[in-house]
Ligand binder design. Structure first.
Ligand SMILES: Nc1ncnc2c1ncn2[C@@H]1O[C@H](COP(=O)(O)OP(=O)(O)OP(=O)(O)O)[C@@H](O)[C@H]1O
Length: 307
């Protein structure tokens, strides 16, 4: 298995097999989970393979809940899934899966007085790396992989938000997991940090199954070989990013005023309105983006929230 040990500089790689879809490594069937009257997951079925799959969806779509289920943090009420050949429905399968899982939760819960090294070492201990020499070597390796060797002795409260996100990624990479679950890891990063982070995730996706939840359609366009769109606890789309973009072919147009018949419309930096939906006759059609396809896959209400 390739590890994420390359330098963090340079462009985001179009890593091997980006457009391909290999054999399924994670298969979920009809997953459901309710919180009181809320159906956070309402019959989610999907298949993941090696490489980075993006998970898009508006606020409250169920993304974090799905990631928590797949990371075995919470059991589903219904349905099942297998990951890397393990069935978390059984105690032994759950333990085996946890041993090969890397999870970057939405709020990693850092102890601010830990140094970067101590935090990752603490995670390594929790991940049962019992041989001290091997464990410390692994901590150094993952901190090097995310380009943080130089600040490993700094307390977390003294690191920037972007550095802390990289510490969280390093913690998720401990033990070379086969399945990496990342919940909005690029949130709050500035554009340069986001590019560096995307490269790290792309590297992590080589030879691994990575599921990445994000609100950034550019994250998906730049590093994912597959994309799943979730809304109201259901899968609305599963396929290649180019297929999602293609959904908007002939359905995006520019106009001087907002088109009231458009499903969604917004003013661009150039002052014109960009509309998605069913264009009127003679509309000034423009090239679609993945975001347009995403908005079209969500219907009216969801699109308003998801934009
Ligand atoms: N522990 C909980 N108790 C009650 N309701 C919950 C709980 N966790 C999630 N929910 C509800 O389940 C639904 C899905 O929430 P979830 O956090 O999975 O969405 P999300 O797509 O990750 O949203 P966001 O993009 O805002 O992070 C929401 O309606 C949320 O309020």
């Amino acid at each position: 298995m390739t590890t994420a040990s390359a330098s963090a500089s340079g462009p985001v790689p179009g890593h091997g097999g980006r457009g391909a879809s290999g054999p399924a490594t994670v298969t979920a069937t009809d997953l459901s989970l309710r919180f009181g009257g809320t159906r956070a997951l309402d019959g989610v079925s999907l298949r993941l393979s090696h490489g980075v799959t993006g998970l898009l969806g508006p606020n409250g779509a169920g993304k974090t809940t799905l990631l928590r289920v797949l990371a075995t943090a919470v059991p589903p009420d219904g349905g099942r899934f297998t990951a890397l050949g393990h069935d978390p429905g059984t105690p032994s399968g759950r333990l085996a899966l946890r041993r090969t899982l890397g999870y970057l939760p939405q709020n990693p819960g850092f102890h601010p007085d830990f140094t970067a090294f101590d935090f990752v070492d603490y995670v390594a201990i929790l991940k049962e790396l019992t041989d001290r020499t091997a464990r410390l070597g692994e901590v150094r390796r993952v901190l090097e992989a995310v380009d943080l060797s130089e600040v490993r002795g700094k307390r977390l409260k003294r690191l920037s938000g972007g550095m802390r996100q990289r510490v969280a990624l390093a913690a998720a990479l401990v033990g070379d997991p086969g399945f990496l679950v990342l919940d909005e890891p690029t949130v709050g990063l500035d554009p340069e940090q986001r590019m560096r982070f995307r490269e790290l995730i792309a590297q992590a996706g080589e030879g691994r199954t990575v599921l990445l939840s994000t609100h950034q359609t550019e994250d998906v366009a730049m590093l994912c070989h597959r994309v799943v769109v979730l809304a109201r606890g259901r899968v609305r789309f599963e396929g290649a990013p180019a297929e999602l973009t293609a959904r908007a072919a002939g359905r995006v147009w520019s106009s001087a005023e907002r088109d009231p018949n458009a499903l969604a419309g917004w003013r661009t930096g150039m002052g014109a309105f960009r509309n998605v939906g069913d264009p009127p006759k003679g509309a000034d059609l423009v090239e679609p983006t993945l975001e347009d396809g995403y908005l079209l896959v969500l219907d009216g209400d969801d699109a308003a929230v998801g934009a």
